[in-house]
Ligand binder design. Structure first.
Ligand code: ADP
Ligand code: MG
Length: 672
């Protein structure tokens, strides 16, 4: 049995089951092996009925008091129940639509029942699993309809046994020894069938190490394999002549970032750089320098924004700095003739600077000579992205801007010193925004304060996490509801802005707020990357505990842009100490870098790697990366490999894999 074989080669996996596996993207033996558990249930020891709290997942050692009874409640719903006991008390076992449970257990029998304890109406366990022996630690897999946990476990087990020969060790023995890592087979077995919690940890370490190592290798290779410039760029004097175009003095941090970019552009290989800095730190000016440098060399530069609103702002800025005759702007809903005129100016090179949303590089846009591509507020920065952008202007330099910093320690590990610039200083005159935690009983006072400020001519955002409270978060007060309520309650005009509104309605709401026609804007996180209103001085955030610190900080950055004192109010449904402590980080510091670092310390790198938001999605085992030190070591190991012939030879299978990953990504993009 080979890892590349189809799972239909396994006994008991027919077309129907294979189809269910296919829904999860599992086709080969290898796929199943790398389908990792989401979490674990520890059924390695028993609890007693009395001691088990509502919601706990426990294993109970029970004796059946009577035979199970089957009740047909209505068509399509039958319930099997059994009464059982241990020394401490009695419990009901309840199964929905599992009539076969009738015969599975009988009165007087001793069994282990495993599952979630429910104490809502009497003590019961719903759909418990029944075992004759303690099952130990059970993995919980992501599943879908037609696939049970048991089927997945059995399948993984069959693959592990059948393919044990085929699972080749991928890390050199010397490396495993140096970094204290277990072998690949043991890691996979430990992750799927752990004997204890330590085995899970060791398995995760090993797999996260390998994943980071591969990522590092791939990234290094990409840097080495970035195309060389056809012609060196002429950059003398570009920084000083550019600075003269700005309406302000750049900060030292901006100058430093510009200089890093200049040096990068002066190098023989194309630039692939991440520019990080808080909202309001002045990333745009730095990006404009990169555009200017390209334009001075006769090339075109594109600046892409994630929203129409932001693109419109960029257009205004570009026109001011470079002159409208040199700028093209592609927006949604343009008239055909208008759009074609812009496209023509881009294609013949009349337009040197082009802006629009991220759709700019997709579809029918043809450039005369695209030399610089900048994406704004893009959270993703990975290998794939570079390749996507590269495909359009194959000789283009790339700059990616992000306002949700990847913690510096993590950025250094992942990308190294060479490709990240950080703006860690705000332009002068900006007052720090005071953050406050607002307890529920102060909510009305807060609204009163907001209304007063609005009457005095200031403006406020009130942000809610979700639109039309989805079922899973039914306690979330939706933006719409809050809007209706505040419209009645506050004696100032209130606006509403959320992601499910039409573009036109969004633009209208944003415009009304920009003009000061609405004093209070109730919004979902769409404003996160959208609106720049210097007159706004209050940012109130509902259910703040649902947001990451970095995101909260970014929202806070939306206010405090004018000269008035500004406030950020954090409301939280979670009054637990941990939640409050986490939120208080925002009260203590104003630096996005510090905040990201705190998030990293508190929640581990998995938070940054796994989340779409930061979406370094090249990490397969992102959820395994619990420990920053493991990643650091993996990065060291990657450097060792690339700096030493002997190490390189030993690790040649790894290098080969990293290389094919890069090729695969480039290929995938070339096809699209
Ligand atoms: P972000 O990093 O969030 O993209 P922007 O580039 O939009 O920040 O800058 C925020 C505001 O600060 C803009 O209005 C910009 O004109 C202004 N700004 C940027 N740099 C400076 C500076 N060095 N001095 C004064 N104002 C600046
Ligand atoms: Mg910006």
């Amino acid at each position: 049995m080979k890892l590349t074989d189809s799972i239909t080669d396994l006994k008991g996996i027919g077309p129907r089951k294979a189809e269910a596996f296919g829904k999860l993207g599992l086709f080969s033996m290898h796929d199943v092996l790398y389908h990792f558990p989401r979490k674990y249930r520890d059924y390695s020891k028993t609890s007693c009925i009395m001691g088990a709290k509502h919601g706990d997942y426990v294993a109970l050692e029970l004796k059946l008091k009577s035979n199970p009874k089957l009740a047909r409640v209505r068509r399509g719903l039958d319930i099997t129940t059994a009464r059982a006991f241990d020394q401490s008390g009695e419990i009901n076992l309840t199964w929905y639509n599992q009539p076969y449970r009738m015969k599975a257990v009988v009165a007087g029998e001793c069994v282990y029942a495993c599952g979630r304890v429910d104490r809502m109406h009497g003590v019961k366990m719903i759909n418990p699993s029944i075992y004759r022996q303690l099952p130990g630690i059970l993995p919980v897999y992501p599943v879908c309809a037609g696939l049970s946990q048991k089927l997945l476990r059995d399948t993984v087990k069959a693959v592990l046994e059948g393919c044990s020969e085929g699972i080749e060790e991928s890390l050199p023995a010397s490396m495993r020894q140096k970094y204290g890592l277990i072998g690949l087979y043991d890691a996979l077995r430990g992750l799927h069938f752990p004997g204890n919690m330590e085995e899970i940890k060791a398995a995760r370490q090993r797999l996260a190490f390998e994943d980071t190592l591969l990522f590092s290798l791939t990234l290094s290779m990409m840097q080495y394999s970035l195309p060389k410039r056809e012609q060196p760029l002429k950059l003398e004097g570009t920084m000083s002549s550019f600075i003269k175009l700005l309406p302000f003095e750049p900060t030292n941090a901006q100058l430093k970032a510009m200089e890093e970019i200049r040096r990068n552009l002066a190098g023989e290989r194309l630039m692939n750089r991440l520019l990080q800095g808080d909202v309001g730190s002045g990333k745009t000016a730095v990006a404009l320098y990169a555009m200017y440098a390209a334009m001075k060399n006769g090339k075109q530069a594109a600046l892409m924004a994630p929203t129409e609103i932001l693109a419109a702002q960029h257009y205004t800025t570009l026109c001011k700095i470079f002159g409208a005759e040199n700028v093209a702007y592609l927006k949604g809903g343009m008239k055909k003739a208008e759009r074609e005129a812009e496209l023509a100016r881009i294609a013949d090179g009349t337009a040197k600077a082009v802006t629009g949303t991220h759709a700019l590089l997709q579809g029918d846009v043809e450039f005369h000579d695209l030399g610089m591509v900048i994406t704004d507020e893009q959270h993703r920065f990975g290998v794939k992205q570079r390749a996507t952008i590269g495909a359009k202007g194959s000789a283009a330099d790339v700059l990616i801007m992000s306002a949700t910093p990847i913690p510096r320690t993590l950025a250094m590990i992942l990308y190294g010193d060479l490709s990240v610039s950080c703006i860690d200083e705000l332009p002068p005159g900006r007052k720090p925004v005071a953050a406050r935690l607002v307890p529920e009983h102060k909510r009305q006072d807060m609204y009163k304060f907001i209304a007063e400020q609005a009457k005095a001519g200031q403006q406020a955002y009130i942000v809610c996490p979700l639109v039309e409270g989805s079922d899973s978060m039914d306690d979330v007060q939706s933006a719409v509801e809050l809007y209706e309520e505040l419209k009645k309650q506050l004696s100032v005009p209130v606006g509403l802005l959320h992601g499910q509104m039409s573009n036109a309605a969004k633009e209208k709401a944003a415009e009304a707020f920009r003009r000061g026609e609405t004093g209070v804007l109730v919004a979902t996180t769409v404003i996160e990357v959208g609106v720049d209103v210097p007159n706004a001085t209050i940012m109130a955030i509902e259910n703040a505990d649902r947001f990451g610190l970095a995101q909260l900080h970014q929202l806070r950055g939306r206010v405090g842009r004018g000269d008035k004192r500004s406030y950020c109010f954090l409301l939280s449904g979670d009054s637990s100490e941990a939640a409050q402590q986490r939120l208080s980080t925002l009260v203590k510091t104003n630096s996005g870098f510090e905040i990201a670092e705190t998030d990293l310390m508190m929640r581990g790198p998995g938070e940054f790697l796994g989340k779409k938001q930061h979406g370094i999605s090249e990490f397969a085992a992102a959820s395994l990366a619990m420990d920053i030190s493991v990643m650091k070591e993996a990065k060291d190991a990657a450097e060792e490999i690339l700096s030493d012939r002997q190490a390189m030879a030993e690790a040649s299978p790894l290098i080969h894999r990293a290389w094919s990953r890069l090729e695969a990504m480039n290929g995938e993009i070339a096809r699209n």
